[in-house]
Design a protein around this ligand. Structure first.
Ligand code: ADP
Ligand code: MG
Length: 146
């Protein structure tokens, strides 16, 4: 079963706010799978979600590691960016299951690159541009898979 909503934003701040509102409601074991091209706003959304969890330290895409942990919020937050992953087996190497099936919240940027390991129950966030609607326009589709 899935439930889909579409939100349109016109500034980075609006995308951040969407993330924040979801982060404020997030519960343990939630998994957010983010999909969309480079520069579309996945990290902006992630920063909002982290803020919604009560994380105040700066959140950026992990560059040298696949995953970054933030422990100061309401729940542990595991931020994955798998853009540079060569093979899904690299997720096994970092022991992803311990995080996906933990008492924290997981978010994976470029989740389609590791589709096969995304738990059935997850929230997919797809961000798309539409240049005809302006440079800063984003269409954000939020789908909850139960
Ligand atoms: P990604 O993580 O998807 O590669 P980033 O979040 O790092 O992308 O960057 C998104 C860029 O797009 C930022 O420079 C941000 O300011 C800009 N931007 C412009 N409009 C929006 C919007 N509506 N939502 C999110 N980001 C936007
Ligand atoms: Mg990013």
């Amino acid at each position: 079963m899935s439930n889909e909503i579409v939100i349109e934003t016109n500034t980075p701040g609006e995308t951040f706010e969407l993330g924040r509102s979801l982060g404020a409601k997030a519960s343990k074991r939630d998994v957010y799978a983010l999909v969309g091209d480079l520069g579309v706003g996945k990290t902006v959304f992630t920063q909002g979600l982290a803020a919604g969890l009560g994380i105040t330290e700066p959140v950026n895409s992990p560059t040298f590691t696949i995953m970054q942990v933030y422990e100061e919020g309401r729940l542990p937050f595991f931020h994955f960016d798998v853009y540079r992953i060569g093979d899904v087996s690299e997720m096994d190497e970092i022991g992803y299951e311990e995080y996906f099936y933990s008492d924290g919240v997981c978010l994976i940027e470029w989740a389609d690159l590791v589709k096969e390991i995304i738990p059935e129950r997850h929230t997919r966030i797809e961000i798309q541009k539409d240049l005809q609607k302006g440079f800063d326009y984003r269409k954000i589709t939020v789908t909850e898979f139960e």
